[in-house]
Design a protein around this ligand. Structure first.
Ligand SMILES: Cc1ncc(COP(=O)(O)O)c(C=O)c1O
Length: 457
């Protein structure tokens, strides 16, 4: 059978991202064949609602002919143009300009990448260059949050604070520091928003003073921590952290790779917090995953320091595929779709999603429900009082994922029993309701899991 031979070819040749290679060889690949709207279909014809929009990226949903047309038109006309040698393409220039128009504050200079990891990596280079230009190259220490994710590049993976990205890779570097996450459900100071903000502010202050403000270059933060388990800070948290950065002359990088482009409601989540960072990194929803692209937004102030610092010399940072015209053409069309109904629909669907997930709160396994817009999670526990995580023996990331899959739903099942949701913004009311219903089924099935029952006994 075709699917069997594909599974063998995959096993033999395709190295999968963030996978146990041996575990994957044993399980084999599941091949997705087609998709439309919020529905994906696998090789066997099994249909599922994609409650995770691929990898929280297909914000517009699948199958938009206008996006396909925009890419095809650009490919016919000009499939590639370099940005080196002061060359360019109309699509990339227009996309940069449209993004700058919509960006918070003075984040009006756009450097295009191929995705999120190289966007984060680029900011580290720009920030180093910025301080060299200012004559303070000793400001070379970077701070980020525990449970944070900032991609998988050699340098960015050290800003990331998830253990598997460090172990075996010699990371983090000694100039990469961490402070605790706001993680409200498990914060030692409790759930009071003001206490959480005060504790994070104190931790950032203490870390900067421990390193010495004259050494600290930047603080990296996701407006909502995604890969760490969809951890939503209290309202006012980001602004309070920004104030500390300003006080100590530390640059703020808002990593909006997941939260950008309507995922939490508006185009950019930091605008909800009334924060204008010095850099913003984006990817994923920028092209809705139809083609690869990321973008670094740089403030006017930082841009001018770098530009003046270099003078007539070239700034040695660039990629062959930076500002790729086909990706830019897709980005322009995706942006048009967002603003012609998708953002609006996402806000309505997000409210329904959150209400639906909250309706699961009385399920015996649900310890916490959190999220904003179309970015949400439920955290499962075997004891609500003690907040006991699901036992590792119950293999939550595999078994709950499988149960949801069989029920016709794709979710992100984290290893610690957190279930992540990031559906396409195009979801209808009945699709959102189906996400909730199929989740409830998966929860009931998990309650019957012998390893979960043993932990609850
Ligand atoms: C906040 C954040 N930053 C960076 C990245 C890395 O992006 P990419 O996987 O496109 O390299 C991700 C990916 O999930 C992310 O969530």
């Amino acid at each position: 059978m075709l699917s069997n031979s594909l599974i063998e070819l995959d096993r033999a040749h395709l190295v999968h991202p963030v996978a146990s290679y041996r575990g994957h060889e044993r399980l084999g690949v599941r091949v997705l064949k087609s998709a439309k709207g919020a529905t994906v279909t696998d090789m066997s014809g099994h249909q599922m609602i994609d409650g995770f929009a691929g990898l929280w990226c297909v914000n517009a949903g699948y199958g938009h002919e206008s996006i396909v047309e925009a890419a095809a038109k650009q490919m016919r006309e000009l499939p590639y143009a370099t940005g080196y040698f002061s060359l360019g393409s109309e699509a990339a220039i227009r996309l940069a300009s449209e993004l700058a128009d919509r960006a918070p504050g003075d984040l009006t200079h756009i450097y295009f990448t191929l995705g999120g990891s190289d966007a984060v990596d680029s900011t580290v280079r720009f920030i180093r260059y910025y301080y060299h230009s200012l004559g303070t190259p000793q400001k070379d220490q970077f701070i980020s949050l525990e449970q944070g994710y900032h991609g998988s590049s050699t340098v960015g993976a050290g800003l990331t604070a998830l253990p598997i990205f460090h172990a075996g890779f010699g990371l983090p570097f000694d100039w990469q520091h961490k402070i605790p996450s706001h993680y409200a459900y498990r914060n030692p100071v409790g759930t009071d928003p003001q206490a959480i903000i005060a504790s994070s502010v104190a931790a950032l202050r203490a870390k900067i003073e421990e390193i010495g403000a004259e050494r600290v270059a930047a603080f990296y933060v996701e407006p909502i921590q995604g890969s760490g388990g969809v951890l939503v800070p209290p309202k006012g948290w980001l602004k309070a952290m920004h104030e500390v950065c300003k006080e100590y002359d530390v640059l703020l990088v808002a990593d909006e790779v997941i939260t950008g482009f309507g995922r939490t409601g508006p185009l950019f989540a930091c605008s909800e917090d009334d924060v204008v960072p010095d850099f913003m990194t984006t990817a994923k929803g920028l092209t809705s995953g139809y083609v690869p692209m990321g973008a670094v937004f740089m403030s006017d102030r930082v841009y001018n320091v770098i530009a003046d610092g270099a003078g007539a010399a070239a700034i040695g940072h660039g990629y062959t595929y930076s500002a790729h015209p086909v990706s830019a053409a897709v980005g322009l069309e995706v942006l048009r779709l967002y603003e012609n109904g998708l953002l609006e629909n996402g806000i309505k669907a997000g409210a329904r999603l959150m209400a639906g997930l909250h309706s699961l709160a009385d399920h015996p396994l649900v310890g916490d429900v959190r999220g904003r817009g179309m970015l949400a999670a439920i955290e499962l526990v075997t004891d609500k009082q003690k907040k006991t995580p699901l036992p590792a023996a119950a293999d939550p990331s595999r078994r709950i994922f499988d149960r949801a899959w069989d029920n016709g739903l794709v979710i992100r099942a984290f290893g610690n029993g957190v279930l992540g949701y990031a559906p396409p913004l195009c979801c209808t009311e009945s699709e959102i309701d189906a996400i909730i219903e199929r989740t409830r089924m998966a929860l009931d099935q998990t309650l019957e899991d012998p390893d979960v029952r043993a932990a609850m006994a």
